[in-house]
Ligand binder design. Sequence first.
Ligand SMILES: [Zn+2]
Length: 414
Amino acid sequence: MDVQKKQLLKWIDDDRDRLVDFLSRFLQARSPNPPGDTREAAKHITDFLDEEGLPYRIIAPKEEMVNIVGSFDGGSEGKHLVMNGHIDVYPVGDAKGWKYDPWGGIVEDGRIYGRGSNDMKAGTTTSIFTYYYLHKIRNQLKGRLTLTCVSDEETFGPWGARYLMEHHPEVHGDTLLNGEPCAHQIRFGEKGILWLKLTVSTPGAHGAYEHVSPSATKVAARLMLELDEAISRLAHSAPDNVRKALEEARDIIEEGYGEGAFETLQRTTINFGTIHGGLKVNMIPGEVVIEADIRLPVGQRKEDVLPVIDRVLENYPKVIYDEVNYTAPSYCDPNGEMVGILKENIKLVEGRESKTLIAMGGTDARLWRYEGVPAYVYGPYAKGMGGKDDYVEVDEFIDIVKVHVLSAYDYLSR
Ligand SMILES: [Zn+2]
């Protein structure tokens, strides 16, 4: 092994307690979104950067949603690698039924517990320490390393990575690395999300007077079945390299997301998340509002889906719809340079082969892919993510740090 890589691994091993302590205190700094106020957690990061004399600046178009951006140049010209992680986490609610205080950052039996531990304060800590270790040896590196710790990710809001990508092109770089949870597999893409709000309106009437008005609930029921059928028939063609990568990861996808996931990942789905309608049992409802959540596979666009919706709605003149949210699917080269580097280092650190796959959910990595920058995700298991007592194992956390640090080093030194 490269002498420099040995040195990097030794630093990480020597810093094990420090890394765990950093993450634990990061978890104690509350940053639930909503409301998305990350000032306390951001201060935890900037205190560290200040202490180590690392360059950074704050970009906060919305005061309580802090973004931290830092960059340094290597000793010679080369490529530009960007590390990205988010600071905000899922909310907790009343914390009923939690065994461990969600804001306690408790370390017990080889695990670090806390809201957002795996999604994604462990990954963001990984990016911060990658920045720290590589800064120590910056003169031996080629190119440039940029760190972006952002807010406003959990609600797909506009004040975090989206703001940076639109207003600060200096964070685009040549490749992105992100530590969102992904069960120790490399992710090179993710499905798209299209939310629609459908409103069914009829005159409504007394419950006994069926001849007076069509029932908005009955119309809604027929409509949902028809939409479900039309959407599930939608064909699309994923690019060849994507199909091939997924085929190779088939077992892992089924294992990780549950039986049937391989197929779900590659088709369009529609979920009616909420239905609201009717006032009283003895009235014919005059309005129903449906929220539909459509997921688009890689290779498909909103422009392929909306005409299908429109065609179904031709038979439903009483229905209108609004587009509430759209996030296009994204992907990059499943065989790109960083994939080779990651696979090598995963083998070295964790002693196993890894696959490349597409994510079901969304991450900020998509924003880089939209700009044509290859963006890869490699992170821990999502144990308890969004539920109770989420945690990350200390060993896997340290492994993730090692894989990111070595991969960033390889990318900037070859
Ligand atoms: Zn996340």
